[in-house]
Every structure is written in structure tokens, then in C-alpha cells.
Design a protein. Sequence first.
Length: 400
Amino acid sequence: MTVETAAAEQGEANRWTTVAVVVGCGVAAALQVGKVPIAATMLRTDLGIDLAAIGTIAGIFAVLGLVGSIPAGLVIAATGERRMLLLGLGAIALGSASGALAPSLWVLLGSRLLEGLGVLLVAVAAPALLGRLVEPRARAMTMALWSCYMPFGIATAMLAGPYFPSWRAMWWTSAAIVILLLALVYVMVPDAAPKSGQARTGLFAQAVALVRRSTPALLTACFALYSLMFFAVFSFLPILLTQHLDLSGRGVGVLSAVAALANVIGNLAAGRLLARGVGRDALIGAAALVMGVSALGIFMPVLGGWGAFWLCLVFAVSGGLIPATLLSSAPAAASSPATVPVMMGLLMMGSNLGQVVGPIAVGMTVSAWGWSAAGIMVLAAAIFAGVAAWRLAAARQTTG
């Protein structure tokens, strides 16, 4: 082995170690999302709050992401991805630690706002940073790994949560994990921002032009529809499993975690498929339609309780193909390297829009017409996603 070959292999190993640390930051951020549902009973007992308050504690993140993703992208583009990643991790750690000390609901809500700001910064800065750190040939697999952060983090929280003696212990542990990752980023992750400020000249005008283009808008719409479908099912999955299978709370938690981890398989599969040249738009459209058809069987359910659970796995795996594909498309859709964080902010805005609308729409639909109507609603969203993917293909041909 030559010195050049050894150096190249060492550089590749260091690069993937850096990718692992950044993806770990995403998983730590996702823990903050997943810890509230699993700690709901303990929160109600300790603080004397109702389900509406639990929903508020859990939903703050989505609302922050909806209104703050594009501004966060602009700030990150102007100041640097690594710096904002560190700031985001610091905000999560401070928010989680202050939440662990919260004596009342209002203090806890304030701490969740701080956590949510940190999660937003991590969700936008980390993938933009990864896009700079890796070679273009490795981008699809890197973004596939990154897109695993949310389902993996939520599944981890669901599995580990029941073993904590209190919700405050859960909050302290999540703060410690984030502090560890902050230290790893500081030591191991280089600053991949442009050396000069020339690329950031006229950044606001570039961002406005980006938002007005059809391809970024269609990518954002696809992410919003995917997120709507995913959270429409997974927000009510514990209730559905309890009704259909008559399981205990811990059993439902395990099955819900398994379904969330199935989404990770889809994310990783997308990286392999894209690396082999599978068309991005066809992959998005096909995956969305499989999600829609699966949702019909989940909500009706036509195959019985266990059949509905197996359809949940199909739904999760096929759904995992979509975010990895969309995230890996972001750098090419951006008008310049400097606006990649803005493009990531657009995608996160779409994701959070679906996260807010999906559970509300299903709740209203079920209340008015029953569970079967919810399946039809998700199928309609899948058809819209397929149309958006078809429009994406047409837009690429036009610009290509």
C-alpha cells in the first residue's frame, strides 16, 4: 500500500467518523421530540396537567419549525453551519436541563421553546454541513444516513423511556447526551464554510429567488405531504394498536418503536437506490402511493389487528425512501452553495407543516366520519405527492 493510498483511506475514515458525529447530533435532537409522548403519564402525575397541555408541550417544536425554518436557514447561511450547529446543541442542552428543574407547566413550556430553537438549528445546519463535508458521489448515502435521525431518535426514546424512574431523569440524561455531542463536534467536526464572504453577497436576494423557483417549491410540497402522511399514522399508532391488538402500554411502545425503526430501513435503502441510478422523482411517487394504499388497510383495517401492524411496517419502510431522496436533492436545487441552508430550511418548513396538519386533520376526520375516512384522506395526500413528483420530473427536464 502506497503512502498516498493510506492517506486517502485515512481521510475517508475520518470523513465518515465526522458524518457519524453529525448524524448523532440529529439523533440527540430527535430524542427531545420522542421523550414527551413516552413521559406523558409521568408529566401528568407530577405536574397535574391534562392531555391538552401534553399536546402543547409536544407540539411546540413543530410550530417553531413551521415559522422559523426559513429564517434559520438564512441565519445559518450568513454565519456558518458549524457555528450554528454548536449553538443549537447548546440551546438543547440548556433547555433540557432547565426543563428538568421546572417546578410548573409554564417553566417547562419555556424550556421547550429553548429546546425547540436548538432542534430547529440542528435540523437545518447539520444536513447543510454534511453536504459540504462529503464528496458529491457520497452525498446520497450521507443524506440517507442523516434522514434516519428522526425515526431512530424517536424509537430510542420510546424504548428507553419506560426504564427511567422519572421524567426529570429523562430530561437530565438527554441534556448530558447533547453536551457530549457538543464536545465531539467542537473537537472533531471541521468548519466547511466558504473561506470568503463573496459567496454570501446578496444572500437575501438569492434566497427570495430560490423560494420563487418551481423545483424548491415542489420539493417542499413533497416533504409536507410525506410528513402529513407519516404523522397522520404514527400520531395515532399507539391508539390503533391498543384497539386492534389489546396490548399493554409497554407492548404498544415496543411495536411503535419497531415501526419507527422500519422507517430507518427505507432511509438507508434510498441511499443505495439513488447511488445505483434510480430516478429520484419516480422513487418519491412510487413510495408515496405505497404509503397511501397501506394507510387504507391500517385505518380500516381490512386484514385484522396484526395485518394492520404489518401494513404499518410497509408504510414506514416505503415512507423512509422519501426524506432521504428529498434531502439529497437539496444541494442541486439550491441556486448556489451559500443558499443550501435556505433550501434545507424550506424542506424543514414543509416537514413541520405536515407534522402540524397531519394529526389535526386525522383527528377531525375521525371525529366526523370514522377511522376509514382517515385512510382515504392519507391516500388523497399520497396522490397529491405523486402528482408533485411528476411535476418535479417535468421541471427537471425543462431546466436540464
